[in-house]
Design a protein around this ligand. Structure first.
Ligand code: PBG
Length: 325
């Protein structure tokens, strides 16, 4: 240390000093709120493992999005629970599918908020895998690409501002980019779930989205948790295929990957603070073992400090209320 009497505590003396020198502050602008859309009217079905989160019918989702807009949250990301599932995921790209209808309603009623759609097949396939299966039950990469492209296009035709492919198929960003460009949607950006790990932290989401695989797991398409270099290769591919925003998922157990992606790539970086991360904090807070609000804000700050420009989080409305004071 160059100063013999450097005393870091001088600048921690009170909250005014701490505010003055604080390097990272989470703002409402950083937050994206996920929503689970289900069939029906006036439905608010609570998710057991995600206290405070519900499956919402489209009319209820519109109300929720209005309240998010009032809080200043800039974007939502939608997940759909279709009426019926089948082997070929037809509900994913149907013109009158759950997401297509939800996007039209929400954009019609709350136009000043970005609607992002998750592009994946797991909620729409009867087997719960993220792609179309071959006879041997392995996922057919290239056949799935066609369905993902058709799905993304149907979302954009319904009015989605941004599509977010999350199926972890090789080439999915390129296939979607090509389909959007051909249809005249050159201006619609893609947020790529680039480094998406085969994580057990997605457990509560699969209850919420009713998308758990009926057999096997996702380890043949999602990434191995031990890998970091591979995450950089995945991100490079997505960038070369035309991704506008890249993503690391989950967030808290993968802060090193967020930091590395921030250093190696010059694109906006999103981090997905996933369902299991949310559930852990909520559970501990309910037991009185942790201060839920404080741990939430500390976690979001850590994700941003690691390098995330955008944080997708179920805490979005709660955090927004605290940030706004
Ligand atoms: C779709 C998808 C998943 C999540 C986001 N998109 C589930 C999965 O891959 O099994 C998980 C999000 C969360 O846990 O909050 N494939």
């Amino acid at each position: 240390m160059q100063f013999p009497d450097y005393r870091p505590r001088r600048l921690r003396k009170n909250e005014l000093f701490r505010r003055l020198v604080r390097e990272t502050t989470v703002t409402v602008d950083d937050l994206v709120a996920p929503l689970f859309i289900c069939p029906g009217k006036r439905v608010r079905k609570p998710i057991q493992s995600m206290p405070g989160i519900c499956q919402l019918s489209i009319d209820e989702a519109v109300k929720e999005v209005k309240s998010f807009h009032e809080l200043g949250i800039p974007a939502v990301i939608l997940f759909g629970i279709p009426e019926a599932k089948d082997e070929s995921a037809t509900g994913a790209f149907a013109r009158e599918g759950i997401i297509q209808r939800a996007v039209r309603e929400i954009k019609g009623k709350v136009p000043d908020l970005l609607v992002i759609t998750d592009v994946c097949l797991c909620e729409y396939t009867s087997h719960g895998h993220c792609g179309i299966l071959k006879k041997d039950n392995s996922v057919d990469n290239d056949l799935t690409l066609e369905v993902l492209a058709e799905t993304a296009l149907s979302h954009v035709q319904a009015g989605a501002d941004l599509v977010a492919p999350s199926a972890m198929m090789d080439g999915q960003v390129g296939a979607i980019r090509e389909a959007l460009d051909e249809a005249g949607f050159e201006e619609t950006p893609i947020m790529a779930y680039s480094a998406k790990y085969a994580s057990s932290f997605y457990g509560p989401f699969r209850e919420a989205a009713e998308s758990a695989p009926k057999f096997g797991d996702r380890t043949s398409y999602q990434m191995d948790p031990g890998n970091s270099d591979e995450a950089m290769r995945e991100i490079s591919l997505d960038v070369s295929e035309g991704a506008d925003i890249i993503m690391v998922k989950p967030a808290l157990p993968y802060l090193d990957i967020i930091r590395r992606a921030k250093e190696e790539f010059d694109l906006p970086l999103a981090a997905y603070n996933v369902s299991g991360e949310y559930a852990m904090i909520k559970a501990a807070a309910q037991l009185g073992w942790l201060d839920g609000e404080k741990v939430m804000m500390e976690s979001l700050t850590a994700i941003k400090r690691a390098g995330a420009d955008i944080i997708i989080t179920y805490f979005a409305p709660e955090a927004a209320r605290i940030i706004r004071g």
